[in-house]
Design a protein around this ligand. Structure first.
Ligand code: DQA
Length: 145
């Protein structure tokens, strides 16, 4: 299978910001671990991060139009809670998207309890640290096989 792992706003600072919430591993560390995990399973994986909503929309369109991935993992960061543009982009494509969060968004501030993306994603994983990405890969694999 071929996965695209997308990270949105502020996720480039993972490992450097709010370490008690998001841990000490950088996004490069996390991506390297995901790449190793996928390689062991015989899967391919690409990575994309942007702080810009429109660039994330463009990447979702590109993945759809080029038919380049079997599934997408998406940690949209704070965009999760209010971006109808990203929601519509996910709704527009036929590639399954898993919503991923490092932290347990339901155990934090009230504004994080609401995701405008969940309804158009095939599943949601949150609260397992970087394990959320691995759980999402396995969830997507179950859905697709
Ligand atoms: C996050 C949770 C969001 O609420 C927050 O804005 C983030 C990271 C997570 O991975 O836990 O930036 O998506």
């Amino acid at each position: 299978m071929k996965f695209l792992v997308m990270n949105g706003v502020n996720l480039n600072l993972t490992g450097k910001r709010e370490k008690s919430v998001y841990g000490t591993q950088t996004l490069d560390d996390i991506n390297e671990k995901i790449a190793t995990y996928c390689a062991k399973k015989g899967d391919e994986v690409d990575f994309y991060q942007s702080n810009i909503e429109g660039e994330l929309v463009n990447k979702i369109h590109e993945a759809f139009l080029n038919k380049s991935y079997d599934a997408i993992l998406f940690n949209a960061g704070a965009f999760t809670h209010y971006s109808y543009a990203l929601r519509d982009a996910i709704a527009a494509i036929d590639i399954p998207v898993a919503e991923v969060h490092i932290s347990n968004v339901h155990a934090r501030e009230e504004f994080r309890n609401k995701s405008v993306l969940s309804e158009v994603c095939v599943g949601v994983v949150c609260g397992f640290g970087i394990g959320s990405y691995f759980a999402a890969i396995e969830g997507l694999r179950c859905k697709l096989q």
